[in-house]
Design a protein around this ligand. Structure first.
Ligand code: HEM
Length: 368
């Protein structure tokens, strides 16, 4: 029972949609619910940790990315003002400073640009917007990583416990901060914790993946001179958009069929879990990450890296601004850098470089 761009997978008892046009439509289909937490995560949780991690599950059940209809709309509305392009633009100066400082330290020390630049600009950029500036970026990164590792492998008791511990730490250190998350559920600590944990989780691994890939693309295609020479920022924007087009930092999103729903030629039954690929490849196949960097070309904007429909990524303007600042700062500070080593993350869900070692200078053109 398979159709072009849609197939049923008996091993994982789920449907996989790869055709971008069908994915685009499915993301807007009201019969496909975003409430997948029970089917995709809780169902796999070892019974011995269910009670122990009840507060973690309660928090995840409040994440508006896993809610539909009015409850989703209301919660999204409560934070939308923070992510409007206009509000994000007001942080341009702060994001530039963050990026220049991270790149400056990297220029002095070298090494792996993922922890030194990508993780730092992602964490500090999001923290600036949410007014969490006083929390060290290493802690923000560690919390977000614990939660994403749990979501990717919820059958592991150790990962569930680590995510619960990260959430407890986050609650203790974030909720008390006077300015954090301005205007969001001021009298409801559980709701505030849910919102801040979802924003940190949603933004950090993804934005770090984007920045890592964009730096690789910039250096491997030797685009630094033109990016550095362009005061408008358009060249840097093209690099970022091309990175999003070539490598969606999230491999897929999940939905649950509420009633029979037609996707392409397939009739998906109620209760079925549906995985929607954001990169046009089968999400259950071993991902094939590029060994050589794709050549530079005009960027397309019709990619699905930020999803679509009512759950379209609220953080897209911020992610683009953080990545643009990082690419510009790097191009200006290290215009002759070359790629020494690249290793990919092994997660099919959170994609991007696991490590990216760059050399500050070389005379040899190198497109690895
Ligand atoms: C390159 C970076 C990013 C990528 C690739 C990305 C990708 C996505 C995708 C694909 C979705 C849709 C999820 C679904 O349909 O189930 C989404 C939703 C979301 N993203 Fe992002 N994201 C990024 C950065 C960010 C940032 C920086 C934040 C906030 C700090 C953020 C917060 C969210 C939230 C809250 C949602 C849920 C929106 C809703 O349900 O209405 N994301 N993101």
């Amino acid at each position: 029972m398979s159709a072009p761009g849609v197939r049923y997978d008996a091993t994982f008892d789920c449907w996989v949609v790869t055709d971008p046009e069908l994915v685009r439509r499915a993301l807007r289909e009201p019969a496909l619910s975003a409430q997948t937490l029970e089917a995709a995560t809780v169902a796999f949780l070892p019974s011995e940790v269910r009670d122990e991690c009840a507060p973690l599950l309660d928090t995840l059940r409040r994440w508006f990315v896993t809610l539909d209809g009015e409850p989703h709309r209301r919660r999204r509305q409560a934070v939308a003002h923070l992510f409007s392009p206009r509000h994000v633009r007001a942080f341009d100066g702060a994001l530039t400073e963050i990026a220049e400082a991270a790149v400056g330290r990297y220029a002095a020390r070298g090494g792996d640009a993922v922890p030194a630049i990508a993780d730092v600009v992602a964490a500090q950029g999001i923290a600036a917007l949410l007014d969490l500036g006083g929390v060290p970026h290493e802690r923000l990164t560690a919390w977000a990583r614990s939660v994403s590792e749990f979501l990717a492998t919820s059958y592991r008791a150790d990962r569930a416990r680590a995510a619960q511990a990260a959430l407890d730490e986050m609650a203790a250190s974030v909720l008390e901060r006077p300015g954090a998350l301005p205007g969001v559920a001021p009298d409801d600590p559980a709701e505030r914790l849910a919102t801040v944990s979802m924003l940190l989780f949603g933004g950090m691994e993804t934005t770090s993946g984007l920045v890592g890939f964009a730096l690789w693309y910039l250096v491997a295609n030797q685009l630094s001179d033109r990016v550095a020479a362009d005061p408008s920022g358009a060249e840097a924007e093209t690099v970022v958009e091309r990175a999003l087009e070539l490598l969606s930092p999230i491999g897929h999103v999940a939905r649950l069929a509420l009633r029979p729903v037609r996707i392409g030629d397939a009739e998906v039954p109620p209760g079925a879990l549906v995985l929607l690929a954001l990169h046009g490849e089968d999400v259950l196949d071993q991902p094939e990450m590029p060994a050589r960097c794709p050549a530079h070309a005009p960027a397309r904007r019709d990619h699905l890296a930020f999803g679509g429909g009512p759950h379209f990524c609220i953080g897209a303007p911020l992610a683009r601004a953080i990545a643009g600042a990082a690419v510009t700062a790097f191009a200006r500070a290290l215009p002759s850098a070359t790629v020494r080593e690249l290793r990919w993350r092994d997660s099919p869900t959170f994609r991007g470089p696991a490590s990216l070692v760059l050399s500050p200078e070389t005379s040899e053109p190198d497109r690895r």
